[in-house]
Design a protein. Structure first.
Length: 148
């Protein structure tokens, strides 16, 4: 497997950037729909309206989707900053931050499955992107430990 100068696979940084951007777009769509008041429709599965209108779609006055926008934006920003500076600490911070996204995704999947008994395809998309980011982030963490 080809490595960069910092011992990360060449695909890791552009991969995290791409997946983070896709997660950002997904969360941005949900945030825009929330603030516009338009109904979110699922065309693959049914249940978006149940999930996005539930009490679990907000943390206080803040939509969970907006928190997703901020999370993915922070990951994308950190990865771009790493790509520009090659400072390993920045990639380590981004990698560990993916743990929070993954934990929140698991929490919201449990809520959808066992509390709401409904799924939102956009929320599932976010769960996939945050899980992929977590896997890639842990790859970066493990490689960092091997370098010591």
């Amino acid at each position: 497997m080809e490595q960069t100068q910092n011992n990360f696979p060449k695909w890791l940084v552009p991969g995290m950037l791409l997946i983070g951007f896709l997660g950002f777009l997904d969360s941005l769509y949900l945030t825009i729909q929330h603030y516009s008041g338009e109904e979110i429709t699922c065309n693959i599965i049914h249940g978006c309206d149940v999930v996005t209108n539930s009490v679990y779609s907000m943390i206080g006055p803040v939509p969970v989707a907006l928190l997703g926008v901020l999370y993915y934006l922070a990951i994308v920003f950190a990865v771009i900053l790493y790509w520009d500076t090659k400072r390993k600490k920045i990639m380590q911070l981004a990698a560990w931050a993916t743990t929070a996204g993954f934990i929140m995704s698991v929490y919201f999947l449990i809520i959808q499955a066992f509390v709401l008994h409904a799924f939102c395809q956009y929320c599932l998309g976010s769960a996939v992107t945050s899980t992929l980011l977590f896997i890639m982030g842990m790859n970066a963490v493990c490689r960092k430990k091997k370098m010591v």
